[in-house]
Design a protein around this ligand. Structure first.
Ligand code: SAM
Length: 432
């Protein structure tokens, strides 16, 4: 059955802080960063403007691999020279980390920036490295360069559509502290700061890719959620711990969930949002197709790396086993492509397509070269084939009708403090 994508929107678009002037500016900035070569189009894919869709903010080419050309004026992130990877098209084989072929460099120290910002971080400690032209940090498989930041900013607007323009499915009552794990370029945390001005929002990430001009109640910290010894905040601290698009980031989701449980206030919530296993999307392609082979290769590489991307972290039993209550999971569908008739769903279908196509290389490059030993040129060739297959279908409203991806939303609550009046244990501890 074709899912009704249009049901995800309520039409209420001004309720949340995400509509603040600040965020609108950011969003415009994100869209400006996708530019058609030689054209002033706001957001585009493809070298040739071979097909124009009637959306003033999006132009999709049909005959070429997407080119994400970053506007020089774009202010997001700290993009470093790519020279480090010059001549880096040779085959790279070997273990997932500890490769000596990487060029390491440090984020330039920016003391003034740090002093003037609300950030509590030591960015000179962060080591970034280039792998075949993309910038990475630690063991995380996705890049964190400007291209990827722009992509996640577009995805943020797609997620807003998914949640009826809300930032979370949790009804929060006077929250005082909220944690966003793997905050990325910080869109969600900053919008939450606008939405809950009396709460403190903390966004942590291994990369310093967050802006320094942020709402006063938002704090970004460079922190590895997997750091040995666990999270350093006091126990019972947060009203909400939020993870979004973090599949494949962690060795142990159980450990992440245990940490969240420990640091949530009694009655506090965890929310985990991620794309599902793409079963529906894959049903549009032949089993023997390059698309299926590509997906299988990514899954295998993620598994070998010890950071699975199989959607199992979205199983409610994981939270229940740790003591979370009121655990629930729901799947909502995001349209991909131009088929939806509803104008808002159609717009989101195009934005989602831009985000997914530009993510093909981002998802593949490090995993397939470092873990499976593919040649980077081969990875890019396969990405191009997959891109063309997706693009062809997504730009055909008949063949691609119903195309989309499921997103799962897993939530759970830490139980309230046990009511002492219900405690039947005798004072001397003897059994009744
Ligand atoms: C795909 S992005 C998602 C960003 C954001 N949650 C969103 O939905 O827009 C994943 C982010 O997680 C960060 N990350 C990966 N591993 C991490 C870890 N162990 N601790 C903290 N952040 C991590 C990455 O640096 C990246 O910015």
């Amino acid at each position: 059955m074709t899912p009704d994508f249009s049901s995800n929107q309520s039409g209420e678009k001004t309720r949340h802080g995400c509509q603040s002037l600040w965020l609108q500016k950011k969003r415009q900035s994100a869209l400006c960063c996708f530019r058609l070569m030689g054209e002033p189009a706001e957001m585009s894919l493809g070298k040739q403007n071979t097909r124009s869709i009637s959306d003033d903010s999006l132009t999709l080419g049909t005959s070429d691999i997407p080119v994400l050309e970053v506007d020089d004026d774009c202010e997001m992130g700290n993009v470093q020279s790519d020279d480090a990877d010059e001549g880096g098209e040779e085959s790279h084989y070997g273990p997932f980390w500890g490769r000596d072929s990487r060029t390491l460099y440090h984020q330039p120290r920016s003391d003034q920036d740090t002093l003037n910002s609300t950030q509590s971080l030591y960015d000179s400690d962060i080591t970034y490295f280039m792998i075949h032209g993309r910038r990475y940090c630690k063991d995380y498989f996705m890049p964190n360069d400007e291209e990827e930041q722009t992509r996640t900013q577009i995805l943020h607007t797609v997620y807003l559509y998914l949640l009826d323009q809300k930032l979370t499915t949790i009804e929060l009552e006077n929250p005082t502290k909220i944690l966003d794990v793997g905050t990325g370029s910080g869109e969600w945390a900053m919008a939450m700061g606008d939405e809950y001005p009396t709460a403190e929002i903390i966004g942590i990430d291994i990369a310093k890719i967050q802006p320094s001009a942020v709402p006063l109640n938002v704090f970004f910290e460079i922190d590895d959620a997997e750091e040995e010894g666990g999270w350093t905040w006091p126990d019972n601290e947060f009203d909400l711990v939020h993870f979004r698009t973090m599949a494949g980031a962690f060795k142990s989701w159980d450990e992440m969930y245990a940490q969240a449980f420990k640091h949530l206030k009694p009655g506090g919530w965890i929310e985990v949002i991620d794309f599902d296993n793409h079963k529906k999307l894959l049903s549009y392609f032949d089993k023997g197709s390059v698309v299926h082979k590509w997906v299988a290769a990514i899954k295998e590489a993620a598994h070998i790396s010890g950071r699975d991307r199989n959607g199992k972290h979205l199983e409610p039993e994981r939270l229940e086993a740790l003591g979370f209550v009121e655990v629930s999971v729901q799947t909502r569908y995001l349209p991909l492509g131009i088929w939806p008739e509803d104008p808002e769903a159609n717009r989101i279908g195009k934005h989602n397509l831009v985000a997914q196509l530009s993510g093909l290389e981002a998802v593949s490059l490090r995993l397939l070269t470092e873990v499976l030993g593919w040649d980077p040129a081969e990875v890019r060739r396969v990405c191009k084939v997959v891109d063309e297959a997706f693009r062809k279908l997504a730009l055909d409203p008949v063949e691609g009708h119903g195309l989309g991806a499921g997103v799962r939303i897993l939530v759970g609550r830490k139980p309230d403090k046990p009511d002492p009046s219900n405690d039947t244990t005798p004072v001397n501890g003897a059994a009744c």
